[in-house]
Write a protein that binds this ligand. Structure first.
Ligand SMILES: [Zn+2]
Length: 285
């Protein structure tokens, strides 16, 4: 059985071998929030008077790109104080060990994914990372639902959103620039690749399906007006960046109070479509 919804490592061969093709320039989204990820996966930097917060560290094969982007955005990676993770898959903690050794940063991961590292390490999908060596890390802080992480004047509200993994977290960040304030929202894992029948049968993780839709519903009402993608295509990060650079005097394309609803709707629709395709056999390739 082969599902079109499953992750296929062979589709990533080119990316693993030529990660430099996925470089993109870092940029400021709004206030003290910067994009420092690559063309495939997001990473976000928050500049505070007490040091830097980094959310996610991309693939192990793109460590050099992440370091380059942090420097190019104007920051020293050694000034990172906190590293938060959206969930415990290899494409979100690939440079964590390196950055911790450089900076001594404190690491944060959802408590359920910290448990997954201990009890079901294969679910971190490290075997899907090629051409590189990667080890699991032991987080300093195991996040619980409702935790607030604060550094300087920046607060991140952490909401447990299990489904893609049991330890997915959504992060909500209040941003302020002058008199203007916005709420950035980062849903830490909407991919259905771990929820499709092929994956849940292979890994015996049928229980994940009980959580995905309730988690989406839980955060649906958040007054987010800046949607961040933990993979770039989820929130059209590249297209918005292009619009921003094409006309810097136009309204900031990242600010849109209607997008969060569409984002949640789309994630739900994708999951329901997968279930429907599985029922009819249309998921098979
Ligand atoms: Zn993932």
């Amino acid at each position: 059985m082969a599902s079109k919804y499953a992750f296929r490592v062979e589709n990533y061969e080119h990316f693993y071998q030529y990660p430099q093709e996925y470089y993109m320039a870092p940029f400021r989204i709004f206030a003290n929030l910067y994009f420092v990820g690559n063309r495939d996966v997001g990473a976000y930097l928050l500049d505070t008077p007490e040091g830097l917060i980094l959310i996610d560290t991309t693939y192990p094969t793109t460590r050099a790109l992440l370091l380059q982007s942090i420097w190019e955005a104007g920051f020293n990676p050694r000034k990172i104080r906190y590293i938060l993770h959206t969930h415990g898959h290899f494409d979100h903690f690939g440079a964590t060990d390196l950055l911790v050794s450089l900076s001594g940063a404190k690491t944060f991961l959802g408590a359920e994914d910290a448990r997954m590292f201990r009890e079901r390490p294969e679910l971190a999908l490290i075997d899907d990372a090629r051409y590189t060596h990667l080890e699991l890390f032991r987080p300093d802080v195991e996040l619980q639902d409702g935790d607030i992480v604060q550094l300087g004047d920046t607060k991140i509200r952490c909401v447990s959103a299990p489904g893609h993994t049991m330890g997915v977290f959504a992060y909500f960040i209040e941003l302020r620039e002058g008199a203007e304030t916005h709420l950035a929202g980062l849903y830490g894992g909407i991919g259905v690749n771990t929820l499709c029948r092929e994956s849940i049968q292979r890994y015996h993780t049928e229980y994940l399906r009980d959580y995905h839709i309730p988690s989406l519903e839980k955060v649906r009402g958040e007054p987010v007006d800046i949607v961040l993608g933990n993979h770039t295509q989820q929130a059209q990060m590249l297209q918005k960046y292009q619009r921003m650079t094409a006309d810097p005097s136009a309204p900031n394309p990242f600010i849109d109070p209607t997008e969060w609803q569409r984002f949640i709707d789309h994630a739900e629709a994708l999951y329901r479509q997968m279930l429907e395709d599985e029922a009819t056999g249309a998921d098979q390739i």
